[in-house]
Each structure stands twice: as C-alpha cells, then as structure tokens.
Design a protein around this ligand. Sequence first.
Ligand SMILES: Cc1cc2nc3c(=O)[nH]c(=O)nc-3n(C[C@H](O)[C@H](O)[C@H](O)COP(=O)(O)OP(=O)(O)OC[C@H]3O[C@@H](n4cnc5c(N)ncnc54)[C@H](O)[C@@H]3O)c2cc1C
Length: 417
Amino acid sequence: MGYSFFSLAANALTGHRRWKPTWRDASPRDRYDVVVIGGGGHGLATAYYLAKNHGIANVAVIEKGWIGSGNVGRNTTIIRSNYMLPGNTAFYELSMKLWEGLEADLGYNAMVSQRGVLNLFHSDAQRDAYVRRGNAMMLEGIDAELLDREGVRREMPFLNFDDARFPIKGGLVQRRGGTARHDAVAWGYAHGASERGVDIVQNCEVTGFVRDASGAVAGVETSRGTIRAGKVAMAVAGNSSRVAALADFRLPIESHVLQAFVSEAIKPLIDNVVTFGAGHFYITQSDKGGLVFGGDIDGYNSYAQRGNLPTVEDVCEGGMALMPAIGRVRMLRSWGGIMDMSMDGSPIIDRSPVDGLYVNAGWCYGGFKATPASGHCFARLIATGESDPTAAAYRLDRFARGYTIDEKGQGAQPNLH
Ligand SMILES: Cc1cc2nc3c(=O)[nH]c(=O)nc-3n(C[C@H](O)[C@H](O)[C@H](O)COP(=O)(O)OP(=O)(O)OC[C@H]3O[C@@H](n4cnc5c(N)ncnc54)[C@H](O)[C@@H]3O)c2cc1C
C-alpha cells in the first residue's frame, strides 16, 4: 500500500475503512538468508537497504518488544552532521543526505524538518573550538555558519543575554540539521522493508545462537523457536553487551540510561534546535507545541528504561540558565532509554569475532541521526562483505589497535561521551 494524495482522497471517500496496516506483523519462518536482531531504527533500516540496495529480501527483523519500543521511539529527534573528526564527518553527512531524500524514498512522511541546529558558545576558548569545527565541516562540504552574540540574539531574543552566569558569546549553526519524527522513522522503514518482502517479527526475543560444526553462527534461538539463517546481524543498541554475551564475546560498551523530557504544549517559541554550551542541555519544540529537551546520561550502568530525579533537576537547571522563561512551563512527561556507550563515543559497524555474526552498536546518545547511514552501511557490509568507505573507521578492533575516534576528546570513559 502506497501513501499519496490520491490514496488519501480515495480512502476519505470510503470512510477510511480500507487502509491496510503499515507493515505485515509476520510470524517467524524456519530459515532466512539474513536475520537482523533488533527492530529499532538501525535494524529496520538495515533490512530495508538489504532489500532495496542489494536485492536480499529473504530477511527477518526479530524484535523482542514492539517496533519503536526502544531508543528509536524515545529520543529527542535531533538530526545533524556537524562532526569534525575524519571517520565521522563523511558518515554523518551521508546520513544527512539520506534524511533529505528519505520521505520520497520510503513513500512515508517521517516529518523531517531542517529547522537548524544552533550550538551556543560561552567563552573565547569555546568559540575557537567551534570555529575549528565549522572549518573542518566546510572543508568536507558540510554547511556551517558562525554567529556572533548579536546574530544569536536576532534569532533567539528570549535567551538569557543579560545576567547569565555563562554569557552567550555566539553560536555555530548547521542550517540543514533539525529534527525528524522518531517513531515515524521506525514505521517508515518498517513499511518500506515489509513492502519489499521482509518479515518483521515482534514479541520475539533472541535468547541464544545456533552454531554449526565450525562454531560459526547459523541462526538464532528465540522465544518463538529456532530460526536458521545464512547470516545474523545484531542492532540491539542498549542490549548489545547482553546479546554479544549470548555469542560468547565482549564488546567495549557500557549500558547507561538517558532521559528525555517534554513540557505541556505552548504556542510556537523555539523554531530550531538549540544547545547550551556551558552545561549539557538541548531543546526543541515539537509540532504539537511541547518543549522536548534533554541533557546528560544519568551516569551509572543500567538496563532500566527510566531514570532518577537528580538528573531531572540537573537538566531543568540547564534549561533555566539558558532561557529562564521556560520556568513557567509545566513538565508533562519524562522517560528513559538504554544507551550503548562505547569507549570512544563512536559506533561499531563490523564483523564480530564469531563467523556469520555482524555487529552494529556503540551509538551512545547520537544514533538517531545516524539511522539511515547506519542501515545503508551495515546492509552493504552484510551483503558484500565489504565496509562502506564512509563507515570503514568503525571497526571493532580499533580499540586494540589504538585508532579510536574520540569526537569529544574525553578518553576511554563511556559515561562522558
Ligand atoms: C532519551 C534519548 C534521547 C536521544 N536523543 C537523540 C537525539 O536527539 N539524536 C540522536 O541522534 N540520537 C538520540 N538518541 C540516541 C538514539 O535514539 C539511539 O542511538 C538509536 O535510536 C539506537 O539505535 P536503534 O534505533 O536501532 O535502537 P533501539 O530502538 O533501542 O533498537 C534496538 C532494539 O533491539 C531490541 N532488542 C534488544 N535485545 C533483543 C533481543 N535479545 N532480541 C530481540 N530484540 C532485542 C530492543 O527491544 C530494541 O527495540 C537518544 C536516545 C534516548 C534514549
């Protein structure tokens, strides 16, 4: 079923009784060419690009909950490609380009909104760092623009310019950055994959791996029976270490909880994404009017999809420091997701140490923006055995070889990335 003006008009005329489900809720079959573990954004995108780009549609996406129950449906929806380090820039720019064509490609409204991402700076040293970042981006053909204090004031006059503890000195903007409706991204990829023949199996937990005589992975054990597969790919985000343990290897990843918050709906106030540079706080306004914001991870290892009150207080303090006006807005909801925090803050898209098993993990709290490129590159690796050039640096052995990609410069401390 396609979505278009004509299908909308035809269904309106027939009382909206003929819409078909967006994707088929499949039952697992005995065997597939590829089994993808994890029905988040990355797993669904991988299945979509396997079918679309490589003609491999005998694929199952195995999801222990429901589509969108993980981080893909819990994030603050920010997309951007304002990275600086070689290894990251080309990959995230590929993702941005895929976002720009995504809705036409999927035939699905993912509400991609290039409303701009503004990173504020509050000191001369921070301005120098942002100038460097902006220059590195422009050298790679990525848009970047430096605003001085008055430039920021013109765009966001309601920020605290006058008596702030950390005065705003300017900001680095990526105008092509913005937001996308997170769960529509999951639904869109599910729709596109399902239309091409991929089985999307919900409420089916992978509990172990089937091995052949050589020890290679030849399928998965699940809560709904054994499924054999030519290749198995894991894209389970916060559960990466757990699933790797089922295959007897360890990943350089810790699981941490990250919270997000939404306020009651108010009239349009914030028409971009803005981040506070003197603390960790980022905010945007949803199309329904709610202020959507977040900050740091809670700071301890956890598999719980909820966080604790000290972080709520800390994040709200950041918001109040930046725009005191929001102190009058009531917070409506908060929730948490489990982040796969890697040792250098960058992801892994590679073969695992076990033959037949591929790893997509380590997205920290920036993996939503990477969803299209991650699926694109992971599918290529699985289908051809070769890394996409833009993702070639995301090797699992980079930690042993000393080729880490530490965008934040925090060292091997996952909770700081
Ligand atoms: C609060 C919050 C805010 C965020 N904000 C942003 C943001 O603004 N921008 C950005 O770029 N990123 C953001 N992120 C990060 C981003 O959401 C994640 O990095 C990304 O979604 C992870 O990839 P995924 O979508 O595949 O993960 P998920 O949606 O978590 O998918 C993994 C799936 O694997 C399933 N699974 C796990 N174990 C098994 C098993 N054994 N068997 C079967 N299935 C299994 C899980 O149920 C889950 O559905 C945020 C995350 C959170 C939590």
